[in-house]
Design a protein around this ligand. Structure first.
Ligand code: RIB
Length: 355
């Protein structure tokens, strides 16, 4: 229904008074933006303020308790559904989110989906019912239709640690194809030609991209996929790393190096290698991904692909606040470049480490 004055909307609403949601829908902005026009107009662009004010007049909206409730603080809260907040990668990302939100007196509500789409959807619904300003999500599945629908209902969405498949949803990610390619090129340069890859489920885009990066490195070196010995583990944690390494060590022709999908799986894999009496890197070289805070502190410091974790979180929160306040013309898509940090787990204490 296209209305010019809002009169048609009134007939649709019957006698119900216009709500802040009606204003948001009429103006084509999020609930948070309407709340900010009412309570913090300085945070909203003039064009957006005008659009919201026009909708308020068209709908004869009168701020009431719900507006005060919104002022009370729910719309100064941002929800984040990450894969696993026990993973130091996500806790470091969450710190970046919190530091940016705090600059605008906003608060963060944090949840783990545990790579379970059902759990993710449940937390998103809870955050929406709580009336959050927006949500940051590391999706547990490739499909994001539910996030597009959430944003159409007025909840700002930003994808975190995931490139957006849709121009309609902002995203902040790291080039995982480049990151994995760096890691495997490093191992190939050390002479390894049979590299184990402990990867996570293909429902997680980061795992898909890191596999693509490994294959890119092999192709660039003139090798085919047979140089990659891949095992898929259900969870991107130390238990997954142990299970993956155990499977690879059981092979007759075991790999001479392991590329692990993240540092937690690398930690578990290293524990298994040692339990089998294998030396790192002399018997098996290991490379992780994230370069979380413990990577450099291990007995054999871990070679890893560094992601700008704090900046990832800070930038995602900034994109969300700018979009919610009508300060972003189009959803932004930011992609950071990773860097390889070489340590003893691949080159040894003496920097040798050849296969
Ligand atoms: O987000 C999926 C994975 O990417 C996480 O396990 C984290 O470690 C990052 O590397």
């Amino acid at each position: 229904m296209v209305t010019t004055s809002g009169r048609a909307d009134a007939s649709r609403r019957g006698t119900r008074r216009a709500s802040i949601s009606d204003v948001a829908q009429q103006a084509g902005v999020s609930l948070g933006t309407v709340s900010n026009v009412l309570n913090r107009p300085d945070r909203v662009s003039e064009a957006t303020r005008d659009r919201v004010q026009r909708a308020i007049e068209q709908l004869s909206f009168v701020p009431n308790g719900s507006a005060r409730t919104l002022r009370a603080g729910t719309l100064t809260t941002v929800g984040a559904v990450l894969l696993d907040i026990a993973n130091p990668f996500f806790t470091e990302v969450a710190r970046g989110i919190e530091d940016r939100l705090g600059q605008d007196d906003h608060t963060l509500m944090l949840a783990s989906s545990d790579e379970d789409p059902v759990r993710e959807h449940r937390y998103l619904r809870l955050f929406e019912e709580h009336g959050v300003l927006g949500v940051l999500v590391t999706p547990a599945e490739a499909e994001i239709d539910h996030l597009l629908a959430l944003q159409r209902r007025g909840v700002q969405v930003v994808l975190l640690d995931r490139r957006s498949p849709s121009p309609a949803i902002a995203s902040v990610a790291v080039d995982d194809v480049a990151g994995a390619s760096m890691a495997v090129t490093h191992l190939l340069g050390l002479g390894h030609r049979r590299i184990g890859f402990i990867n996570g489920p293909s429902t997680i885009e980061q795992c898909v991209d890191r596999r693509a990066g490994m294959l890119r490195a092999l192709t660039t070196a003139g090798l085919d996929a047979s140089a990659m010995v891949e095992v898929e583990v259900p969870f991107l944690n130390a238990d997954g790393g142990e299970a993956g390494a155990t499977e690879l060590l059981a092979l007759d022709d075991r790999p001479t190096a392991l590329f692990c999908v993240n540092d937690l799986t690398a930690l578990g894999a290293m524990r298994t290698l040692r339990a089998h009496g294998l030396r790192i890197p002399q018997d098996v070289a290991v490379v992780g991904y994230d370069d979380v805070n413990f990577a450099s502190m291990l007995t054999t410091p871990l070679t890893s692909v560094r992601q700008p974790t704090h900046e990832l979180g800070r930038t995602a929160a900034d994109l969300l606040l700018r979009a919610a306040n009508g300060l972003a013309e189009e959803p932004a898509h930011v992609e950071f470049q990773p860097e390889l940090v070489v340590r003893a787990s691949s080159v040894g204490a003496d920097g040798g480490g050849t296969a």
